[in-house]
Design a protein. Structure first.
Length: 277
């Protein structure tokens, strides 16, 4: 029996209006290479990824192909046209994959081209979790407090941050499941979902358990390791990171640092005490 294909659907159709630059942010150069080049290289390096498909606006097709050629990205396969929104682009990409690979039902890792720091470990955890549970959602536990305010003026309750996670990418499903999700969305006229994650929860309410890959975040983890000359240490626990104050000239931000995998059903209720720490 042939090994199932593992393919990446890379979304690169954003216009980058919020950046106020002359090109979308996925094509902005950093250290001599466009952001999308680093993202392509991350999936090119992974031994289990068979093909990479890109969704982008047609005027950038030649740029993407040239970038892939310069970066020796041999896994780049087909480019699909982007839509007006990210969910439209995703729909176009899934339709293109189905037309090309529908009979094979490959495993599809959807990822955003503007997230170049995806690591081998995150990719592997997505594939391992998918093989065990049938899907995988990369997620980061919330570090902020959230208030519920229907009118935007007052709030009478909050949601414990221990129960909240921010969906990231990659998000991994079979092509058949993704195709079925968009078919159902069309049937019940859902067209403006915020992301693939929200689309899945809208079309499969309480019927499909989503399995999270929990990542520990914080730029502090990276900064603290350099600040204390801890290169090579695998201990990036919050206790160690917070043991010594950081200089005040470090800017605030986030990077993802993988922890040991915490796979948990999304719809299973947990108390803060039960939440993996």
């Amino acid at each position: 029996m042939d090994k199932p294909l593992n393919v990446v659907l890379l979304l690169a159709g954003g216009h980058g209006f919020r950046m106020h630059t002359d090109r979308p942010k996925q094509f902005i150069e950093i250290a001599g290479e466009p952001v999308i080049s680093y993202t392509l290289q991350a999936f090119q390096r992974h031994h289990e990824i068979d093909r990479i498909y890109v969704v982008c606006n047609p005027e950038w097709n030649d740029f993407v192909k040239t970038t892939a050629r310069n970066g020796r990205i041999s896994k780049l396969h087909t480019l699909f046209p982007a839509g007006d929104t990210s969910i439209d682009s995703l729909r176009n990409g899934i339709a293109g994959l189905y037309a090309e690979l529908g009979e094979q039902n490959p495993t599809v890792l959807t990822h955003e081209a503007v997230r170049p720091l995806v690591s081998d470990e995150i990719i592997s955890l997505n594939l391992d979790t998918f093989r065990t549970h049938g899907n995988a959602v990369t997620a980061v536990r919330s570090q902020e407090a959230y208030m519920v305010s229907p009118d935007g003026i007052s709030s009478e309750r909050c949601i414990p941050r221990e129960l909240l996670h921010r969906a990231q990418t990659p998000i991994t499903f079979s092509l058949n499941d993704l195709t079925e999700a968009f078919r159902r969305a069309s049937q019940i006229r859902i067209s403006r979902s915020q992301s693939l994650y929200t689309l899945i929860t809208e079309v499969f309410p309480l019927k499909k358990t989503l399995h999270l890959i929990r990542l520990r975040t914080q730029l502090q983890a990276y900064v603290a390791r350099r600040h204390r000359n801890l290169e090579g240490s695998s201990d990036l626990s919050e206790t160690k990171v917070n043991r010594k104050p950081l200089p005040d000239y470090f800017f605030a931000g986030k990077i993802t640092v993988t922890r040991p995998p915490h796979v948990m059903p999304y719809f299973k209720q947990r108390t803060p005490k039960d939440s993996p720490g």
